[in-house]
Design a protein around this ligand. Sequence first.
Ligand code: AMP
Ligand code: MG
Length: 392
Amino acid sequence: MVTISEAIQLITNNVKSSATIKRRALSGALDCVLGADVVSPISMPPFRQSAMDGYAICSHDSMEYTVVGEVAAGSGSNPHLNPGEAVRIFTGAPVPDTADRVVIQEKVQRLDNGIVLEEPFRRGANIRPVGEQLQQGDTVMAAGMRITPAGIGLLAGVGVSEVAVATKPRVAIVVTGDELKAAGESLEHGQIYESNGAMLAAVLSDKGYKDSQVLKAEDDLKVLTQTLQRALAEADVVLVSGGISVGDYDFVKTALNDLGVQQMFYKVKQKPGKPLLFGKKEQKLVFALPGNPASALSCFYVYVLLALRLWEGDKQASSRFQFAKIESNYHKKGDRAQFLKAKTGIDNTVAILDGQASSMLQSFAAADALVFLDEEVSHVEQDSLVPYLNIL
Ligand code: AMP
Ligand code: MG
């Protein structure tokens, strides 16, 4: 048995970036991890750019200027200004080489052929110098960064249309349990609908891992071993649901061992999700998740997601907690650390939801956070700050 932080550490230490790097159109690269630094082909801005609507001036020792022309955004003109001359200019337009500042129109009085400044402006005012944001050859985004919508904008802004990104892992979900029936079938006494397959495929897809398949296996060592062997052959990451506890029909641990999967940890001192196993076979990762739906999903958010991100080479990968004020007193039972289904509110508050049993998903379906209470915590006072994982 390991603690939560030991489990996280074991994952962090043992999951290496295993993706291949492929070139991809920027339009399809959202949420991918960069496989190489992107070097800027241009300086940004590429020319001295007006930051405001107003007048570009060639200063002299009076507040009065003659307006000799206009430069709009997109204009290729570069009029020559003598001291005391100005051009009307607009945001994003190229500032003439001979202008030394841009005065904003709100601070100017218009005359028939000119302007009078209401106040002096410093040299360079309202001019974005060439390369203010990036110089040609600078690293725009570094390898290991995940491409966010802002990242797409940044890369598109320097004219990049293709990037080298890490491939995403193929994931196989193996669901075990003789009691499980597919939706649409009728339930006999003792049977339930299989739901972890759909749920895990959904959370994978939600987090950007679209390439997953669900395999089903009976509670039979031979069948299970064959199914896991196939999963290991076809996927980079195998998620097993159920059969990892201590029941007589829980064969997952034995089957993984028989297949040569090296156990990195088994059992975490937490609730829910104690019977969690993490193993490796060469570069392939295996997480055997408890069958109880809320346990399986909690373990996904805390551990599996971290491993998937590390696999991609995401340098920011970590299980990062945020803090919010708990809405009411909470009493924690037992000596295990707990992850509690919770909902955040306005003003940085968080409420623990009713129905925390690991077999229940109703509270999870309404949750956007998992509040973390460490093992030594027994009572939390209303309004005190508690750590939580944002799961949306
Ligand atoms: P196990 O981990 O196999 O002992 O299963 C623990 C509990 O989770 C049992 O009540 C199972 O019936 C239930 N369970 C296991 N797998 C699934 C699944 N794929 N979908 C829904 N419930 C499951
Ligand atoms: Mg079972």
